[in-house]
Design a binder for this molecule. Structure first.
Ligand SMILES: [Ca+2]
Length: 245
């Protein structure tokens, strides 16, 4: 009877906004209140939403670049990075059209596909860091080894643990969004920052730039790894680990 009522309510009201692999931050925030959460406090003041369907990488870069640029060193003449200034000043022509949200316009400018791969994201990130004179040790693309998924998951867990220690490093995930949100229409590649990692409960806070639909949400490590390693996210699935100076 309970199952029947569940399906009747699904038909009547639609599926819940967040599936079983996403718990919104507004409902679960004890970790952020009780832990230092250095990346969360560096990034969340600058957390912006993508301005079209193909600009998740641009919104993620804006949040990341503003966060890692130490605000205290800026002057009254320094603007924050916006999606517009990223396109015009801190990236390149090809990238500008990759995230323009208009496939015909992109094609007319030599870009066959909207959005970017994780490798391309890392290149645009390096270029923007250089242009903004933000010093870094490494922008590493960590590829998933499909012949040894167990090892790749261990590696992700280890990097998330290390990343949670300070705000001198940041993890950017490239993943199949619908695996985390539960929305069948979201089974495509997506890019988002890791806001925090709760190692005790193995939960990852995703700063999803798709703010038309979502707030930040917590997802279980297993589901995050599944979403990151899913080949719908990228022909060569992986994520970016940025180490700053
Ligand atoms: Ca970190």
């Amino acid at each position: 009877m309970k199952v029947l009522l569940f399906f009747i309510s699904l038909l009547a009201f639609g599926a819940p906004k967040y599936g079983i692999n996403a718990t919104p931050l507004s409902k679960k925030n004890d970790f952020i209140r009780k832990s230092p959460a250095p990346d969360y406090w560096m990034l969340s003041p600058y957390y912006v939403g993508q301005d079209n369907d193909s600009s998740c990488s641009a919104a993620t870069l804006v949040t990341l670049l503003n966060g890692v640029r130490l605000s205290s060193e800026l002057t009254q003449k320094d603007e924050l990075v916006t999606q517009a200034s990223l396109r015009e000043k801190f990236s390149d022509e090809k990238y500008k059209f990759s995230v323009c949200g208009d496939s015909a316009l992109a094609l007319a400018n030599g870009v066959a596909q909207l959005g970017v791969s994780v490798k391309r994201f890392s290149e645009v990130l390096k270029g923007a860091l250089d242009k903004l004179k933000i010093k870094y040790h490494e922008v590493k693309v960590v590829e998933i080894d499909h012949k040894n998924l167990k090892q790749s998951q261990k590696q992700l867990e280890s990097i998330l643990n290390e990343n949670e220690k300070s705000n001198r490093d940041v993890v950017v995930l490239n993943f199949t969004q619908g695996i985390l949100t539960g929305d069948e229409e979201g089974m495509i590649g997506h890019i988002a920052l890791v806001g925090a990692y709760d190692a005790k409960n193995k939960m990852v806070l995703i700063l999803d730039p798709d703010r038309k639909w979502y707030e930040p949400y917590w997802s279980p490590l297993n589901a995050v790894f599944k979403a990151v390693s899913d080949s719908r996210s990228d022909p060569k699935p992986g994520y970016v680990y940025l180490k700053l100076k």
